[in-house]
Design a protein around this ligand. Structure first.
Ligand code: ATP
Ligand code: ZN
Length: 285
């Protein structure tokens, strides 16, 4: 019986969300102490807890079969791994930033500068694509302080809110790569392992689809249903049940949460009452 070996970050920004996704997929894994690996009780996977920088190479070498890791790391390491699915967490971008006050008028302003980064490969490819020649200084941590200690004229670093850049007197000028956590897999899995990967993916899909969707129920005068249905975005047609009150109905549907907030006032104005928003655990398609 095959077991699919999946690496996740041991401890860092992706750890909690990776574990949560696996747990919500109904897969139980217990990690005791500082254990490096742990098998699931109820699904044929074994988790490996690794530093994120080591993960792409382990996938490429076949030490593990799949992994959850930042796209930024996968792109930087240029190893053979297939990106199976974007996971919607760990969102950030790799951006070029320059000290506040430096005149900047587009990517050509980078010509001849020294740019400090932990992502030399991605940066080199980016500069080449823009036909800009700059010097790349590779440093492994605290890139944002490089200009202030004379280690570069600009930086290329990961940004999420941008507050770290601002507090170091830097201004973001060029987004280089949009990143998020991704599920990657070895391009050469045995048929058995590929089958487990697809089952794992099926579960993950059900969880991720459910995350932004809500189950909505509301009461409405029956005559207002056509107008209310027009307001509800896309999806399938809603279910309508009669209420035990003449002329009134209850309407049930599924909507994306961000779209729901856009229309809630309009639903009320159209006559909807007693609107309930319920979480959905899984969406199977
Ligand atoms: P490790 O000990 O595993 O090497 P690390 O310190 O290199 O950890 P973390 O800071 O935990 O890595 O970041 C892991 C991943 O989280 C990044 O590679 C990136 O994909 C994502 N991420 C999301 N937002 C940010 C951010 N603001 N800064 C850095 N990484 C971020
Ligand atoms: Zn790391």
């Amino acid at each position: 019986m095959s077991v699919l070996r999946i690496a996740i970050q041991k401890s860092g920004r992706l750890t909690e969300s990776s574990r949560k996704l696996i747990a919500e997929s109904g897969i139980e894994v217990e990690q005791v102490g500082a254990q490096l690996r742990s098998a699931a009780y109820n699904f044929p996977i074994e988790l490996f807890f690794l530093r994120d920088d080591d993960i792409p190479e382990y996938v490429a070498d076949g030490v593990v079969d799949a992994a959850i890791v930042g796209l930024n790391i996968v792109k930087e390491q240029e190893v053979e791994a297939r990106v199976v699915r974007e996971l919607g967490f760990g969102r950030c971008r790799l951006s070029i930033a320059v000290p506040k006050g430096v005149a900047y008028s587009g990517v050509n302003s980078l010509e001849g500068l020294r740019i400090a980064t932990s992502y030399p490969n991605i940066l080199r490819n980016y500069l080449a694509s823009k036909k800009v020649t700059a010097e790349i200084t590779e440093i492994s941590g605290s890139v944002e302080i490089a200009p202030s200690i004379g280690l570069g004229d600009a930086v290329c670093d990961l940004v999420s809110s941008g507050s770290t850049l601002i507090s170091n007197g830097l201004v973001e000028v060029e987004p280089v790569l949009q990143s998020q956590a991704v599920l990657v897999a070895s391009p050469t899995l045995s048929p058995n392992k590929e089958e487990i990967l697809q089952k794992f993916l099926f579960r993950i899909n059900a969880v991720l689809r459910a995350r932004n969707t809500k189950y909505i129920t509301l009461n409405t005068p029956t005559e207002a249903i056509p107008e209310i249905v027009k307001l509800l975005p896309g999806m399938k047609s809603p279910s309508v049940l009669p209420l035990n009150l003449p002329g009134w109905s209850s309407l049930h549907t599924v909507v994306a949460e961000d779209e729901f907030w856009e229309i809630v006032e309009k639903l009320k104005a159209a006559g909807a009452q007693g609107i309930l928003v319920l979480p959905i655990e899984k969406v199977i398609e």
